[in-house]
Design a protein around this ligand. Structure first.
Ligand code: SAH
Length: 388
């Protein structure tokens, strides 16, 4: 089929963005099936490339290529290989990494995470869903996957008219716990029941970076710890007393299993709401605090509430840090701009009567590349603060 854009609506695409919104389309020709591959043209008929069309989605078109090539198994195999090669070069010392990061790897709506020989796939678009079998075949044939799961139980899919489901596409149906190794630390990951695709891979580099700020014997508070990535890196670096807080009992159980797996024991867990936990504490007794909350807003409407939430969390965390200590603080809310997050940190410090110095900024790990033409691909913002 063919899509013709309204006059000048190709500009964003030509700047590198991969989406066309429904109101930018003038007309379509030869429509066959929703989700199918379509050719894209300017208003006066100049060919722009090919991509997925979904007439029921606000993001009506997702661009795949500027060329007039077949979108088939060979196309996907090449794109996946291109992405895999980058990770292999950067992260061959790890057994787990993000193989494909959707738009940033020019495969819009597709995420593939590798957990040793198991692969977890997430699909955000109707067009991409049609290729799930082919993607599974590629992972099995070319990457020797012994298990492939579809981890598609999230709200966003409904915008594309897709159902929410989690299933095993290939391999063992009984055992879904996989052992992975990242920067010399081992973890158990449940590729079917874990949060997200099983593990927060995006924080790997930041967890490793934490090590150089820890001195032997330090006390560390890991807020929103999930299955313990930051805590384990702190322990490896010599922290003596680690307190890990999360509201999920399952996450804390995983943390305990992961500590055991690495024969590390210098931790205690607290099952609590972090907002309440922070309100109940006042003594400045930690050398390092890690503050990694879930997204506090999924929409633009809630930005003010989210900023207030970040203010409360950061102010209360700063109060618990000893003079000379560090705060590793993150926001994974896509709608919160970095400059607004920094302003929240400034206000939090004033209120907590602390002097702060920003000594580092951070992003997602390098297996989560960004597409500079698509601000939508940036969500994680990290700031390292020295507290006085
Ligand atoms: N730091 C983690 C990832 C954090 S993800 C890591 O390195 O892997 C966010 C975590 O916050 C999840 O584990 C979730 O269970 C937990 N969570 C969400 N809301 C919470 C709340 N109000 N209080 C405590 N934990 C919460």
């Amino acid at each position: 089929m063919k899509i013709f854009l309204k006059k000048n609506e190709e500009r964003r695409l030509l700047s590198g963005h991969l989406w066309i919104f429904s109101n930018e389309i003038l007309r379509t020709e030869d429509f066959t099936e929703n989700g199918s591959v379509s050719e894209l043209f300017t208003s006066n008929g100049k060919f722009l490339g090919k991509g997925f069309y979904n007439k029921d989605s606000l993001i009506a078109y997702r661009h795949l290529t500027n060329s007039n090539i077949e979108i088939d198994k060979k196309f996907f195999a090449e794109r996946i290989r291109f992405s895999y090669t980058l990770r292999e070069k950067l992260l061959s010392h790890n057994s787990a990494f993000r193989v494909v990061n959707s738009e940033s790897d020019f495969l819009p709506g597709l995420i593939i995470d590798k957990y040793s020989d198991a692969y977890s796939v997430q699909i955000f678009s109707l067009g991409m869903q049609n290729y799930i079998e082919i993607i599974k075949e590629i992972l099995v044939e070319e990457y020797s996957a012994n298990q492939v799961v579809e981890k598609n139980d999230f709200e966003y899919r409904t915008l594309e008219g897709l159902s929410r489901k989690t299933s095993i596409l290939f391999g063992n149906e009984e055992e879904t716990k996989v052992k992975i190794k990242i920067d010399a630390i081992e973890y158990f990951v449940d590729i079917l029941k874990g949060q997200k695709t099983g593990f927060y891979l995006d924080q790997n580099e930041n967890r490793f970076n934490l090590r150089k700020y820890i001195s032997s014997g330090d006390s560390v508070l890991d807020l929103f710890c999930n299955d313990g990535g930051f805590s384990l890196n702190a322990a490896i670096a010599g922290a003596k007393e680690i307190t890990a807080v999360d509201s999920s009992e399952i996450a804390l159980k995983n943390l305990e299993d992961n500590f055991k797996l690495n024969k590390l024991y210098s931790y205690s867990v607290i099952n609590a709401d972090v907002f309440d936990f922070l309100k109940s504490k006042s003594e400045s007794r930690y050398d390092v605090v890690v503050l990694d909350p879930p997204s506090l807003t999924k929409s633009k409407k809630n930005i003010l509430n989210a900023l207030q939430g970040y203010f409360e969390l950061n102010k209360n965390s700063m109060e618990l840090i000893k003079n000379g200590g560090y705060l590793f603080t993150y926001s994974c809310s896509h709608h919160i701009a970095e400059k607004d997050f920094i302003e929240v940190l400034r206000k939090s410090a004033r209120k907590a009567s602390k002097n702060i110095r920003i000594i580092g900024f951070s992003n997602c790990s390098n297996d989560h590349p960004l597409n500079p033409s698509m601000p939508e691909t940036k969500y994680l913002k990290g700031v390292i603060l020295k507290i006085n």
